[in-house]
Design a protein around this ligand. Structure first.
Ligand code: NAP
Length: 336
């Protein structure tokens, strides 16, 4: 099987390469693509050096799956070109709202994969939405969720590799008493928290908050009421979500813990003592969505609070995309 990765030099692209390697997926030819600035760069895959090709010069004819991890503008311009020849799994926000394009998190809605036939494109969900739906699908099946209040704490890697560099250089400048320069964020990110991700909408929400709401509903159930606040925090990797979840039925914490402990992709770490919960650093490079701090909301009936943490580059992006590819292959969705 031949595979192409568009955006192979970026945060998500590099993670896709790492996960393909870890999972030992049988690949005949791996084509690594990026902008013309990266043409000729060398990237290691399975102990062999691969040369990065300029996307503009590439022909997708021989490719079985093309992972896109190069942002919305590249997806808008190139995904349909690739989709004429192959199946595209796109990590950007560009196709997520399109009703003809499936938005897939395999643990939750792999049945929707058959919609790939519409346009040969599958959208990968937002990096903080993926852990929310992985953790809440089993609870929706159990008690029927009425409303979700999601407050996200998102790491800088969610804004690309240059944003990670900015956090590190601002931290250095802070200790050297130098002036702090912000390029990727609207305010200083080192030692700070910024309640603003993506641009503002007329209703006062940000596009990231709108994406969180829209995507949770599209993947889980459009009847669920959702509201969210998205905050960027000075952490390199992993996103956290404080979720307040109201059910239509009476719920039981022991049953919730038991069900989540055996649900695909979930890992419960919930000891009510010092350190008995997960933090972003511990979730880094892990495949699981971690769930901690499970407790009743004592101010509201049939409602709980949860703390959900997941590596935004792994399950929040690259791993989910690779799992989509695996589901396509296993379920034989190739009419070609
Ligand atoms: N980071 C996350 O947590 C996360 C999670 C889910 C989804 N996503 C989405 O995944 C996409 C990539 O994010 P990222 O964090 O990996 O960004 P990134 O680190 O900034 O990497 C961007 C990649 O896109 C390539 N690229 C840019 N312009 C290009 C062009 N005109 N033609 C070909 N390649 C081009 C870059 O190549 P050069 O090196 O040559 O510039 C680089 O490989 C974005 O849509 C993002 O929203 C990110």
């Amino acid at each position: 099987m031949n595979i192409a990765i568009v955006g192979a030099t970026g945060n998500v692209g590099r993670k896709i390469i790492e996960i393909l390697e870890k999972k030992q997926i049988n690949i005949e030819n791996l084509f690594l693509l990026a902008s013309k600035n990266s043409e000729g760069k060398k990237i290691n895959y399975n102990g062999k050096e691969h040369t990065v090709t300029n996307l503009e010069k590439f022909d997708f004819s021989s490719v079985k799956i093309a992972f896109f991890a190069a942002g919305s503008e590249v997806a808008e311009k190139w995904a349909h070109v690739a989709a004429d020849k192959t199946i595209v799994i796109d990590n950007s926000k560009y196709f997520r709202k399109d009703p003809d394009i499936p938005l897939i998190v395999p643990e939750v809605n792999s049945k929707k994969l058959s919609d790939v036939k519409n346009k040969n494109i599958i959208a990968n969900a937002n990096c903080s939405v993926i852990p929310v739906v992985v953790a809440l699908k089993p609870l929706h099946d159990l008690y029927n969720i009425n409303r979700i209040v999601a407050s996200t704490y998102q790491s800088v890697s969610g804004a690309g590799k240059s944003a990670m560099d900015e956090l590190l250089s601002q931290t250095e400048d802070y200790f050297q008493n130098k002036e702090i320069d912000s390029k990727n964020f609207t305010k200083q990110i080192a030692f700070n928290a910024i309640p603003h991700i993506d641009s503002f909408l007329e209703n006062g929400y940000t596009k990231e908050e709108q994406k969180t709401t829209d995507e949770i509903k599209k993947i889980l159930d459009k009847k669920i009421k959702v509201t969210s606040t998205c905050v960027r925090i000075p952490v390199l990797v992993s996103h956290c979500i404080s979720a307040n979840v109201e059910f239509n039925k009476k719920c039981d914490l022991d049953e919730i813990r038991k069900v989540l402990s055996t649900s695909p992709g979930c890992k419960v770490i919930d000891e009510h003592q010092d350190g008995g919960y997960i933090t972003p650093v511990e979730a880094e490079d892990k495949f699981e969505t971690f769930i901690s701090r499970i407790r009743l909301d004592e101010s509201r009936e049939n409602t709980i609070n949860l703390w959900i943490v997941s590596d935004n580059l792994v399950k929040g992006a690259a791993l989910n995309a690779v799992q989509i590819a695996e589901s396509l292959i296993t379920n034989d969705f190739y009419g070609r």
